[in-house]
Design a protein around this ligand. Structure first.
Ligand code: CTP
Ligand code: MG
Length: 402
């Protein structure tokens, strides 16, 4: 069955204080873009119609042009986009006074183009592919389906003077969501009947039932709530925050101890008979840390960015390298959360310098000192570190998506 979707996005957001919800920003993207993404990623949905306030069509066209490129859509005529292979189309259509009018305009735009139509509110950006597939599958089989969830609150009718009327049995009640899906002809006829009779309902499933066809309830998703009032926007932000990626990186480095060099660890010069050999200041601790950061964001290793053949890096403080690495992490869209480092050295004793190192590193990472942990260990005189031939360092970091 050829499938299409109508996304009603022509509301005025009265309960949001007159702010059009579809264009509000949620985690760096508009609510409309979040919603559209789920349908654009569903390649079986060949026809997309976004119904918008007439006065916003031009601006929406501008907003969506770069966004839709990711799925291979290019503008064809004013208010319509097609993919380069010509297989998918997205139209922008002006809405009507009520949501029902807006959906009807969408149906007109899809007439004779699809056999199955999904209707999904722009204001429900947390719809998932799984829920969409459940609704589509049931509608394909039975003609009409909608997502619905059990009601958490007791529901009561309101009589005069705010007197409670009938308390309805919760087990037989459901709250209706979108997506809803229908054989196109079924929804088309239900809308025509409602228009003829001047009837206005709150959703499409209701119109189909009113036209005498059964609509089947599919288990909805409490996360698929409709952004209606300002508190819903806060809820949405919190939900997105929880979905942000957390990445971990590890780093390891070793430098040889030689006479006639300064010993620098964690950006602190430590008085000692030997120092670490290297092209830069050879701060093995910070090198391990840089590698951990690069590892976390999948950016290779320190040698790729700061090769020891680069004359401008000769003798450079590794705090500068750390600064540049942190900038790279930020460019990739991440923020450092914490770092844990172990220095492996038989001598000198590192303990007395740990606080100063933590302060140096925390400043460059842009975190509280508590988020930087530095430990030192000997190897009981075993191995190269135990014999005092070199110092090793291990680092682990976490970064989170901004
Ligand atoms: N909608 C529409 N055309 C209308 C009214 C609503 O396309 N004339 C869309 C909204 O943009 C929204 C969905 O239908 O995506 C659900 O409507 P609702 O949550 O009521 O949004 P608004 O009408 O914008 O909000 P309000 O009722 O608070 O004004
Ligand atoms: Mg409304």
């Amino acid at each position: 069955m050829r499938k299409g979707v109508i996304i009603p996005a022509a509301g005025r957001g009265r309960r949001m204080g007159g702010r059009k919800k579809q264009f509000l920003c949620l985690g760096g993207k508009t609510v409309l873009e979040h919603t559209l993404t789920v349908f654009l990623n569903h390649l079986e949905i060949a026809e997309l119609v976004v119904v918008l306030p007439a006065e916003d069509l031009g601006e929406a066209y501008e907003l969506l042009t770069p966004f839709l490129k990711q799925w291979g859509f290019v503008g064809s005529t004013f208010a319509s986009f097609v993919t380069s292979d010509g297989k998918r189309q997205l139209q922008l259509v002006p809405g009507g006074r009520e949501r029902q009018d807006s959906v009807f305009h969408g149906l007109e735009a899809l007439k004779d183009r699809v056999e199955l139509v999904v209707v999904h509110d722009a204001a429900r950006p947390f719809v998932t592919r799984e829920l969409l597939d459940r609704v589509v599958r049931t509608a394909a089989e039975k003609g009409a389906a909608t997502a619905a969830v059990p009601v958490a609150d007791t529901v009561v009718t309101v009589e005069d003077n705010n007197r409670a009327g009938e308390f309805l049995p919760r087990s037989s009640l459901r709250a209706v969501q979108t997506p809803q899906a229908f054989h196109f002809s079924l929804l088309w006829k239900a809308h025509l009947k409602a228009r003829r009779e001047g009837y206005y309902g709150t959703d499409d499933a209701g119109l189909v039932v009113r036209a005498g066809h059964p609509v089947y309830l599919v288990e909805g998703d409490p996360g698929n709530f409709k952004i209606t009032t300002p508190i819903d926007l806060k809820k949405g932000e919190a939900l997105l925050e929880g979905k942000k990626k957390v990445l971990v990186g590890m780093g390891y480095d070793v430098h040889r101890l030689v006479e006639g060099r300064k010993l620098v660890l964690g950006g602190v010069e430590i008085p000692y008979s030997h120092g670490l050999l290297g092209h830069s200041d050879a701060d093995v601790l910070l090198h391990a840390l840089c590698d951990a950061l690069l590892g976390a964001v999948g950016a290779g290793d320190i040698g790729r960015y700061f090769p020891d053949t680069d004359p401008s890096l000769r003798g450079i403080s590794s705090l500068v390298l750390l600064e540049r690495t942190v900038a790279l992490v930020q460019e990739k869209g991440f923020r450092v959360q914490n770092a844990d480092v172990t220095v492996v050295a038989q001598a000198p004793r590192v303990g007395p310098y740990v606080e100063e190192m933590r302060t140096n590193i925390a400043r460059v990472l842009g975190v509280e000192t508590d988020r930087v942990n530095i430990k030192a260990t000997t190897t009981e005189k075993l191995g190269f570190a135990g014999r005092g031939e070199g110092i090793a360092a291990y680092a682990v970091v976490t970064v989170t998506e901004v």
